[in-house]
Ligand binder design. Structure first.
Ligand code: DX5
Ligand code: ZN
Length: 216
């Protein structure tokens, strides 16, 4: 199943509840939650309190993307009845396997995100343990950046591995996804499509979500 995960990083925080309701009503299937600490990435977004504040506003599940150093210290705070994935950055984890086990110990699906410069083979010995690999198609930190084309090569390689090894993991892509390139990423094997500015920056959010979903 292909799913659209709008990133609330690009939402209007002063009316976050209304904006998540709008994407849910339009048919989006997940909410992508971008957590930034000002250390791992050069920006600060929000923490678990803000995420929990939208629990009562939507029935959608959370796809939590932790762009933070020492994620093990904070993982438990993002565990809610609606948290489907917690994804950490390979570059931020010294003991990545241990971190994944920690996420799973809470009954949450575990994901790993790879920055554009990080090779896929870093995950060779972990692929069987993963529920999602999130391919970053921008350098994380900000919404509204341009899609880095080499991310497509990484998606293609991951899709080949997924098929060859019969892996159950989901393939996510994050950064610079628009109506112009969403078909290409889905065709390449992505099934969780993150889109921030292309959704929340649109004049009509409801309509934009539906435009995206036509490609699913
Ligand atoms: C990048 C974040 C993304 C970002 C996506 O640091 O992880 O989720 O907000 O935003 P767009 O779709 O605008 O690139
Ligand atoms: Zn993200």
């Amino acid at each position: 199943m292909n799913r659209l995960a709008p990133s609330v990083l690009s939402a209007d925080f002063s009316k976050l509840g209304d904006e998540v309701r709008a994407i849910e009503e339009a048919g989006a299937q997940l909410i992508h939650v971008d957590v930034m600490d000002g250390h791992f990435v050069p920006n600060i977004s929000f923490g678990p309190g803000v995420m929990k504040s939208i629990l009562g506003k939507t029935g959608l599940s959370f796809d939590v993307h932790l762009m933070i150093e020492r994620p093990d210290q904070y993982i438990e705070e993002f565990v809610t009845e609606r948290t489907e994935f917690i994804t950490v950055h390979a570059e931020a984890c010294t003991h990545l396997h241990r971190t994944l086990q920690l996420i799973k110990s809470f009954g949450i699906k575990a994901g790993v995100a790879l920055n554009p410069a990080t090779p896929l083979n870093l995950l060779d010995y972990l692929l069987e343990d993963l529920d999602q690999v999130l391919i970053m198609s921008v350098n994380p930190g900000f919404g509204g950046q341009k899609f880095i084309p080499s991310a497509m090569d990484k998606v293609n390689s991951l899709k080949k591995l997924k098929d060859a090894r019969n892996l159950r993991l989901e393939i996510g892509i994050d950064g610079g996804v628009t109506l112009d390139n969403v078909k290409a990423v889905i065709d390449a094997g992505v099934n969780i499509v993150v889109a921030g500015s292309a959704v929340f920056g649109a004049p009509d959010i409801n309509r934009r979500v539906k435009e995206f979903l036509r490609f699913f």
